[in-house]
Write a protein that binds this ligand. Sequence first.
Ligand SMILES: NC(=O)c1ccc[n+]([C@@H]2O[C@H](COP(=O)([O-])OP(=O)(O)OC[C@H]3O[C@@H](n4cnc5c(N)ncnc54)[C@H](OP(=O)(O)O)[C@@H]3O)[C@@H](O)[C@H]2O)c1
Length: 332
Amino acid sequence: MKAFVHEGHKDFEGLSYRSDFPEPNVGAGDVKVAIKSAGLNHRDLFIVQKRHGAEDPALVIGSDGTGVVVETGENVTGTHVGDEVVIIPSLRWEKKSPAPPESFDILGFPDNGTLAEQIVVSEKQIAPKPDYLTWEEAGVLPLSALTGYRALFTRGGLKSGDRVFIPGIGSGVATYMLQMAKAAGATVIVSSRSREKLDKAKALGADILLDNGQDWSKALNGEKVDLVIESVGAATFHRSLELLKAGGTIVSFGASAGDEFPLNIREFFYNQWSLHGSTMGSIEEFHEMLDLFSKSQIHPVIDSTYNLKDAEKALERLKNGSQFGKIAIRIS
Ligand SMILES: NC(=O)c1ccc[n+]([C@@H]2O[C@H](COP(=O)([O-])OP(=O)(O)OC[C@H]3O[C@@H](n4cnc5c(N)ncnc54)[C@H](OP(=O)(O)O)[C@@H]3O)[C@@H](O)[C@H]2O)c1
């Protein structure tokens, strides 16, 4: 089958589009899905940059995908050939819990992922594709929308009327969080390095726009927020904390721009802040996220779409950080 694969060398040098990749076999409890459309996440870039090379087995990257069931294994009862499904990339984490079980992994490493014509996953790892979404839209939903859902609601406890700050609005996860937070009745404040991205966020419903070049506290006239969802990391974390009201919560699930920053501990405890880490989400939360999307008719923001054979160009775009929203990969 055709697949976009990383093997043999570190970083982009190890990427190739192959038409001879072995088709996966269906085991008991599994379903085989012919992928129609997939999506990229920052994670795909990290994996390609971190795998070292010669000794690593060939890997199909990708955590996001949607398609049609073409084969079912023994003991599969609730799924049929022809069903239209989205893939749930959260492996072996079924119920909502404070942290995933030790056996938790994310599809796309170390298991083969979605940037291929076919994938085999357990029946638990699929959900019906929402009818109102196009293939392209459904294909970019899974990892980022699930991550944003858990960060906002399960970990952040967002409720109607809250003020939430989401820095780095260009990110795929951030655009989903903006849409979900607005659907939940929150006031949403966003920041970006790019004026163009801020204008796009405004069109998507953002209430207040902060340019990375300005003094954020001043721009908000000192009016603070109930919740910050941080995924940019060191470049913005301390600035985000300045906007958080006493007793507020900050949730962190990413560090695109650096893993470490100095923290004023005294300021932290006097302000009675809560800091929560978050990572992806469970299968239960995936279904809750799909319900929210369907009820609120949220459409993913698609930055651009590439054919599978051009997936390397799509990764380049992600690496350059010029996207607003999700990058889709058309497969069949
Ligand atoms: N823990 C998990 O389960 C999980 C799941 C998904 C994602 N993540 C992490 O969350 C982050 C976002 O993921 P994504 O796929 O949505 O990423 P993405 O689309 O690549 O977006 C990253 C955004 O961060 C901002 N940014 C990057 N470098 C910056 C810098 N030096 N200074 C200021 N802002 C900067 C940019 O926003 P602007 O261009 O608007 O400024 C950029 O659009 C990544 O770190 C990813 O690894 C974690």
